[in-house]
Ligand binder design. Structure first.
Ligand code: SF4
Ligand code: SF4
Length: 194
């Protein structure tokens, strides 16, 4: 049996919206005059003059992405594509490449020749950061993507992503990384898998 929900009764005053609109405008003008003529400490303004003023964001705020560096300045990213696979907005594009012969990383891991994030398409879910096995991509910058009228300014390439520091001002991460050739490295590569 279908139930019908009765409409609430309305007076002519409700139907015309004049009374409620007048009440709303009364609140608006009361706030306006309070804020224009009050001393600064008595103003009731919840907004700030962004971008001239910025608020401090919480420590776990997901800001614009950055790509972390190794100690030699190269990207920690190994172009495994985990982040781009996990990204629900499909806004990460990576082209992987092999290190040059002679580089201890050659034959063991790859690097991102191209790494692009479309920051305007990103929904800032943080899945890419969670998916990364190398702590190579982070959103701990504590900063917005800068405002712009130009669509192209939201396409962040590898160089841009590597030029953004974390909140601590560094381009690295405290999580250790065991580089191929280091004594701490497990020593596994494509020729020596065990
Ligand atoms: S934060 Fe989410 S939407 Fe943005 S790039 Fe990472 S996975 Fe994609
Ligand atoms: S950022 Fe991390 S998950 Fe993404 S390709 Fe690089 S290593 Fe893989």
């Amino acid at each position: 049996m279908a139930y019908q929900i009765k409409k609430p009764g309305r007076t002519m005053g409700d139907q015309s919206y004049v009374v409620e609109a007048t009440k709303g405008l009364g609140i608006t003008f009361k706030r306006l005059f309070t804020n224009v003529f009050s001393k600064p400490e008595n103003k009731k303004i919840a907004t700030i003059r962004y971008p001239d003023e910025v608020r401090d964001y919480p420590e776990r705020f997901r800001g614009v992405h950055r790509l972390t560096h190794r100690s030699d300045g190269s990207p920690r990213c190994v172009a495994c594509l985990c982040c781009s696979t996990a990204c629900p907005a499909q806004c990460i594009y990576i082209e992987a490449a092999e290190y040059e012969p002679g580089d201890p990383r050659a034959g063991y891991e790859r690097y991102p020749k191209v790494f692009v994030i479309d920051e305007l398409r990103c929904i800032f879910c943080g899945y890419c950061v969670e998916a990364c096995p190398c702590d190579a991509i982070r959103m701990d910058t504590g900063a917005h993507v800068p405002a712009s009228w130009d669509r192209e300014h939201f396409i962040f390439d590898k160089e841009t992503l590597m030029s953004i520091p974390g909140r601590d001002g560094t381009y690295v991460t405290e999580n250790p990384r065991h580089e191929p050739g280091d004594p701490t490295h497990p020593g596994i590569d494509r020729e020596h898998s065990h």
